[in-house]
Design a protein around this ligand. Structure first.
Ligand code: ATP
Length: 280
């Protein structure tokens, strides 16, 4: 039971509206939730085999983890999250047991969802395993046979379709090409959801999301920021805002180096200015 505590994380209260853009991703995940509570008769009218495993893939920092957290918060499903690397950091046999127990718990408290973040850590191509050290701990970096067993356990659990009624299984990776193809077969993670870098409208929404929580000066031009951050991930945009926030705080607290002829805005609640964001 103690191992269960480690992997049954409380979801941080992220909501759909916290995620800028990504309308298609949100729809796919809402559908996943809805499908998990639909009656077999209804499902039969639309699907030969309703999807039950959902794989979020795409570049780092573009809201895969966030989307899973929002899904947990908004759906009210019982939420279990585990990071691939956490499972490998256990002694031989322990991670397989942890996976089995995870699915068992999820079935007991269905409707529920299980989220495997950084799933590539356990689901790398099986050919890549099997020629490592294999010592006490399982492969920290590609060796040992533990990864294969964890993956096999995961595949077995995914295959029990009847048993998985009311359990949504979600995984995320930024290296989809590194996944063992067995994981992507029909009946397993057969719905692939691409989580793209934010487009201009989404970047603007992310800046506006920050502006709604922090104090921003009236000179901040959201449209220009969105235009000029082409190619940035959501995480990078948050990073820009964080750096700008520090500059604005320094000015507020009188810590900034004084420019010639510029008042040291001590205590002035002017907030983050366009210049802070631009230099960030
Ligand atoms: P990784 O593959 O590295 O795990 P990820 O795709 O799972 O990345 P998240 O962890 O969801 O990325 O996002 C990292 C951070 O970036 C979030 O905590 C959030 O602050 C910010 N972020 C990313 N995308 C968005 C977005 N669309 N709207 C708002 N914030 C975002």
């Amino acid at each position: 039971p103690s191992a269960m505590h480690d992997i049954n994380l409380k979801p941080p209260p992220i909501r759909w509206t916290d995620i800028g853009g990504q309308a298609r991703v949100k729809t796919s995940l809402r559908r996943a939730v809805r499908l998990s509570t639909e009656s077999p008769a209804t499902l039969a009218r639309f699907f030969d085999r309703p999807p039950k495993g959902f794989l979020l893939y795409g570049p780092p920092g573009c809201s895969k983890t966030m989307a899973a957290q929002a899904m947990a918060t908004e759906s009210g499903l019982n939420f279990f999250a585990v990071k691939g690397a956490e499972l490998l950091n256990m002694y031989v046999g322990e991670s397989e047991r942890a996976v089995r127990r995870l699915f068992q718990r999820a079935r007991e408290v269905a409707p529920s969802m299980i989220f495997f973040d950084e799933v590539d850590a356990i689901a790398g191509q099986r050919a890549g395993f099997g020629h490592g050290s294999g010592g006490g701990k399982q492969n920290g970096g590609g060796g040992g046979t533990g990864g294969v067993n964890v993956l096999t356990t995961l595949l077995n659990e995914m295959d029990g379709f009847e048993a998985l009624q009311g359990v949504v299984v979600l995984a995320a990776t930024n290296r989809p090409q590194a996944l063992d193809p067995a994981l992507l077969r029909p009946g397993r993670f057969d719905e692939l959801i691409y989580v793209s870098p934010p487009d201009e409208a989404a970047r603007r929404a992310i800046f506006e999301g920050v502006a709604a929580k922090r104090r921003m000066h009236a000179d901040v031009d959201m449209e220009r920021l969105a235009r000029e951050t082409e190619g940035c991930s959501g995480a990078e945009i948050k990073g820009i805002c964080a750096v700008a926030g520090v500059a604005a705080y320094d000015r507020f607290a009188g810590l900034a180096e004084r420019e010639e002829g510029v008042e040291g805005g001590e205590g002035k609640p002017e907030g983050i200015k366009m210049a802070d964001l631009e230099s960030a």
